[in-house]
Write a protein that binds this ligand. Structure first.
Ligand code: ADP
Length: 261
């Protein structure tokens, strides 16, 4: 969105931010490597929107008599970057919460049919915006002993992705089923699919198949990491099948009753 005649400050001016991250980097030397990777990724992801905000704000401050429209345009960009930062922080907090022990689960008896209805209702406006059909198929009544908040996160993340990575006028089908031991949720879409070589990386924190595309549509790369953690806390499993260019199906399987260790 940079206009040609606006003087953009150099990245040197964001040096104090870099210094803070260098400090963090030094502290990281004492951590194990997967933790180091995580903190490095967090730093990078958090730094990007801040750097943009800094550049945008400085550009405005460096100009005399900025035209109102341009001022507005820059402010809108700043607001967008702050919104993104907020999203990343929220996802990080969700992930950190999920990292704690299974004792953190708040187990109640939940009607899964009702919960799925509620989540689908919440997702409808986003689906409608892209003219995507959102369908719930439940073959039976399912009541499960689960953490309702974490289960909502699982459903929300999978359905949100199925909408985000779909094509225009596509379809998302959510299926709820159960046997005597487990209930299953499948979320199937008619979207862009996931390339074979990416299938085993999509649960990694901050991993995105297409960084620029994902950023454009507001992805943080944390959604599936949160989802997988939430499933594992319930001692369930998550699987994915995908045909690149045709669609993706996520399958979540979780015990109906929660037995303590
Ligand atoms: P993001 O915030 O980027 O959506 P996620 O952790 O939820 O992060 O997903 C990781 C990556 O997996 C996404 O960036 C996307 O490339 C891919 N992905 C997830 N769900 C789907 C899907 N239903 N269809 C195609 N690609 C998907």
């Amino acid at each position: 969105h940079m206009d040609g005649d606006i003087s953009v400050p150099t990245y040197q001016e964001t040096e104090h931010i870099s210094n803070a991250f260098n400090l963090l980097h030094n502290q990281m030397m004492n951590m194990d490597s997967s933790r180091q990777d995580f903190v490095a990724n967090v730093s990078h992801e958090l730094k990007t929107p801040i750097t943009s905000v800094k550049v945008l704000a400085d550009s405005l401050l460096a100009q005399q008599d900025v035209p109102a429209e341009l001022y507005r345009e820059f402010l809108e960009d700043i607001a967008e970057e702050i919104e993104r930062e907020d999203k990343i922080i929220n996802d990080l907090l969700a992930l950190v919460k999920m990292d704690k022990s299974a004792a953190e689960l708040n187990i109640t008896s939940v009607n899964m049919n009702e919960l799925a209805e509620i989540i689908l209702k919440r997702m409808r406006p986003i689906a409608r915006k892209r003219d995507i059909e959102l369908l719930l198929v439940s073959t039976r009544e399912v009541t499960a002993e689960i953490d309702e908040v974490k289960m909502s996160l699982i459903l929300t993340n999978l359905i949100e992705n199925a909408i985000k990575y779909n094509r225009e006028h596509g379809k998302v089908t959510v299926t709820l089923d159960a046997d005597h031991q487990y209930f299953t949720i499948t979320v199937e879409d008619t979207g862009i699919g996931i390339p074979e070589e990416s299938l085993n990386r999509i649960y990694d924190r901050f991993y995105r198949v297409d960084k620029s595309h994902s950023r454009e549509i507001g992805g943080t790369g944390l959604g599936l990491a949160i989802t997988k953690n939430a499933v594992q806390l319930h001692r369930g499993s998550i699987k994915v099948e995908s045909t690149f260019g045709e669609g993706t199906r996520f399958l979540v399987k979780i015990p109906l009753t929660h037995s303590l260790l």
